[in-house]
Structures are given as structure tokens and as C-alpha cells.
Design a protein around this ligand. Structure first.
Ligand code: GCO
Ligand code: MG
Length: 404
């Protein structure tokens, strides 16, 4: 095979939904042969862009596109300090683009290149929330009508605050600004919501809930016990990564399936909880661990321990990132479920090749590589935006800063 080399690595930021997305394009020495990848770390997108434009592009120019594993290891080692979300996202953008190129060279969709399909459709779950129980139920109903069978249910935002009706919180004088929430009010609101959902929609609906690291270890334990009656499909991020050791205790106290990992960036964070079978679903943000290369290895590692995947698929992920994880979803045996935030008309306008969604399943096209492209000209209509960071400054009633 000709030695095709990397000519340029370029990054782009676009915000078709008012959320900054980072896209990477790898141009090659072969005219017309390019690859696309997702490097979206929306809260630090400028840092990711700098890592790509100032470090990876000069380092990779002239390198062969063929040996993805070697390039991945080289990028990882090239900063000496590694495994953080900024550099991992930058590496992911290149890694996904290289797999896209590999598929184009092989004339195969990525899932085919990885070993073919394990299933025909990718089962998705969507989010339903609202400012009242009635509103959440209306949203659940609408998603069921669209064909979804798996729905994540929430009262308001993380921690249970509703936009119109915030929890009544008595703060001390001089309490700093922040996104305040009351852990017990949050827990009670979820229990009440789930009672209503089960009464109205029965036991066939598969329900998830995301704690988003909002509870103390003691409260988490109480919460998992109360939630058991609702037979959740899974409970997500009930602990922060820093407290992963506590999964040992949680696991002994609940049969509710546990999902964990959207904040993971370093293999040491997932090694023990997988080897000790303390969780049921791994849900890393693929670009935050460095792309398809490490995600495929992680999935295989999980398969040995009976753990399934539920890759993180929020709205701060480009359609390229969504498609990249869906190729893995189709290929691996231990796929569990895929979180999905939908594709807006604006996204479909600039990302050509978004999967078809029907009856709660996603279907990839069978074009070579990732099968999705990025229209640089149309993306200019949606330049980067100032984002609202306020929800990230979460605080307990007495003003203590907590994880968001
Ligand atoms: C999820 C997530 C997201 C994150 C977001 C942070 O489970 O989908 O928790 O909604 O909050 O990706 O930027
Ligand atoms: Mg989450």
C-alpha cells in the first residue's frame, strides 16, 4: 500500500445548538482523502483547540496515516503528563479521524472493519425532565409515542431544581452565588416522580436516573435502597470518580444496575471497579478517554467481566462523536444501550450522514469509514458562543461547593 501521510490536522468550533462542538479534520497526502473526528470538551474548548493546532498538528504532519495504534501511543506520550480531559479530547479528534480514513481506505464502514455487526439496530435512550411531575410525564409520553422504550427521568435539572420552582433553601447570610440544591428534597422529588411514572406507564418502560454525583456517600446508600422498588434499568453516576472505592459497599446493598464513568479520563479510574464487577454499565465519554482506540480496548476489558457499555451521549457531543460510538455499539458483543440527545435540523445541515432513528433504534449508513462529514462553510453560520457556566457552580444549602 502507498504510504499515505498526514498533510494537516485542523480543528473547528461550531455551535449549531448553542453548544460549542470541536471537530477535527485530518487531511492526507492523497487528494480528497480526509477523516473527521470529535474532540468536544465544551467547557474548555479553547484549550482543546490549542492542543490540536499548536501541538498535534505540527507533530503529526508528514507521519503515515496507517499505524493508528502507534500514533495514538505517540500522541499520549508526547506531553509526558497525560490522561486529562483536554489532551485526551485532542487525541480523540485525531484518532477518530484516522479510523475514518482507515475505513475509507478499506472501503468499509468502521463497524465492518472492527469485525462486523453484532446487531442490526442500536437501542437508544432519551431524557425526559420538566418543572412538574405532569410535565415530565408529558415528555415521557411524547418519547414513547416516538418509539422509545428506555427513558431517563428527572425532576428539573440535576439535583432536582426546577427552572420555575426552585427548592426552598434557607442559606446563611453572605452565602455566595451558585446553583443551590437540597440533597434530601432532591431525593424525595425523584421518589415521588418515579412512583407516578410507574403508576402511569407500568413496568414495561425501562427507566434510568442520573444522580450526577450530587449525593454524599450516606445519602447515596439510602437513595439506592429507596429506588430498588422501581426496578431501574440503571442508576447513573451515583458517586464521583474520586469516591469509586465506595462502589464496593453500594454493590453489597443494592441489586439496581449501576452505571458509571462519564467523567473518567484515566484507566486507573476504571480498572478496579471493572475487575471487581462493582458496576454493570461503563459509560465513558469516548472523546474524554482518547477516542475509538482506547474505547474498543475498554469494551473488550469489560466483556471479560460481564459489564456492558452505555457510552455517554449528551448534547455536548458532535454528531461525529455520536456516530463514532455507534460504530462500536454495532460491533461489540457487550453493548448495553446508547444515550442519545437527538440531532437538530441545524446539525443535520452541517453534518452529512447522521444516522436514521426509528422506533428507538439508530441505524448507521454503510458508507466507508464513519460515514459522516462536516461542512465547513455551512458551519460558519453557527460560530462559537458564550456558554452559561452557572449550573456548574453547584452548592449545598449552607453554601458548600459540591461537584456539579
Ligand atoms: C449525561 C450527562 C450530561 C453532562 C454534560 C456535561 O448523563 O448525559 O450527565 O448531561 O451533564 O455532558 O457537560
Ligand atoms: Mg450523566
Amino acid at each position: 500500500m502507498n504510504n499515505i501521510t498526514i498533510r494537516r490536522v485542523k480543528s473547528f468550533v461550531t455551535a449549531p445548538n448553542g453548544i460549542n462542538l470541536v471537530v477535527v479534520k485530518v487531511e492526507t497526502s492523497e487528494p480528497g482523502l480526509v477523516g473527521y473526528g470529535c474532540a468536544t470538551f465544551t467547557w474548555r474548548y479553547k484549550a482543546v483547540k490549542t492542543a490540536i493546532d499548536e501541538y498535534l498538528d505540527p507533530m503529526l504532519q508528514g507521519k503515515s496515516v496507517h499505524n493508528i495504534e502507534d500514533l495514538w501511543q505517540t500522541m499520549m506520550g508526547s506531553s509526558y503528563w497525560r490522561n486529562g480531559p483536554v489532551l485526551n479530547n485532542a487525541i480523540s479528534g485525531v484518532d477518530e479521524a484516522l479510523w475514518d480514513i482507515k475505513g475509507k481506505l478499506a472501503n468499509m464502514p468502521l463497524y465492518d472493519l472492527l469485525g462486523g455487526k453484532s446487531r442490526e439496530g442500536i437501542e437508544l435512550y432519551r431524557h425526559a425532565d420538566g418543572n412538574s411531575i405532569e410535565e415530565v410525564k408529558e415528555n415521557v409520553h411524547a418519547l414513547i409515542e416516538e418509539g422509545y422504550r428506555h427513558i431517563r427521568c428527572h425532576m428539573g435539572t440535576y439535583g432536582g431544581n426546577f427552572n420555575g420552582k426552585r427548592q426552598r433553601i434557607i442559606k446563611p447570610v453572605n452565602a455566595p452565588k451558585g446553583a443551590y440544591y437540597h440533597p434530601h428534597k432532591y431525593m424525595n422529588s425523584v421518589i415521588k416522580l418515579l412512583e407516578n411514572i410507574r403508576t402511569d406507564f407500568g413496568n414495561d418502560l425501562e427507566i434510568m436516573h442520573d444522580v450526577h454525583e450530587r449525593l454524599s456517600l450516606a445519602d447515596t446508600l439510602t437513595f439506592v435502597k429507596e429506588l430498588e422498588q422501581f426496578k431501574l434499568f440503571f442508576l447513573e453516576d451515583s458517586l464521583p470518580p474520586e469516591q469509586c472505592d465506595f462502589f464496593k459497599i453500594l454493590r453489597e446493598h443494592t441489586v439496581t444496575p449501576l452505571a458509571m464513568g462519564e467523567l473518567f479520563t484515566n484507566p486507573v479510574e476504571w480498572k478496579n471497579i471493572i475487575q471487581n464487577q462493582l458496576i454493570n454499565y461503563i459509560r465513558v465519554h469516548i472523546s474524554s478517554i482518547g477516542g475509538i482506540t482506547p474505547a474498543k480496548k475498554l469494551a473488550t476489558f469489560c466483556e471479560l467481566y460481564g459489564i456492558k457499555t452505555a457510552w455517554h451521549g449528551p448534547n455536548d457531543l458532535s454528531p461525529i462523536g455520536a456516530v463514532a460510538q455507534m460504530h462500536l455499539d454495532l460491533n461489540i458483543n457487550n453493548f448495553g444501550i446508547q444515550e442519545f440527545a437527538g440531532f437538530s435540523e441545524a446539525e443535520k445541515e452541517i453534518f452529512d450522514g447522521c444516522p436514521k432513528i426509528e422506533n428507538g433504534y439508530a441505524y448507521l449508513n454503510d458508507k466507508p469509514g464513519l460515514g459522516i462529514s462536516f461542512n465547513e462553510e455551512k458551519a460558519k453560520k453557527y460560530p462559537p458562543v458564550e456558554m452559561d457556566f452557572s449550573w456548574l457552580f453547584s452548592r449545598l444549602p449552607d453554601g458548600t461547593a459540591t461537584r456539579p
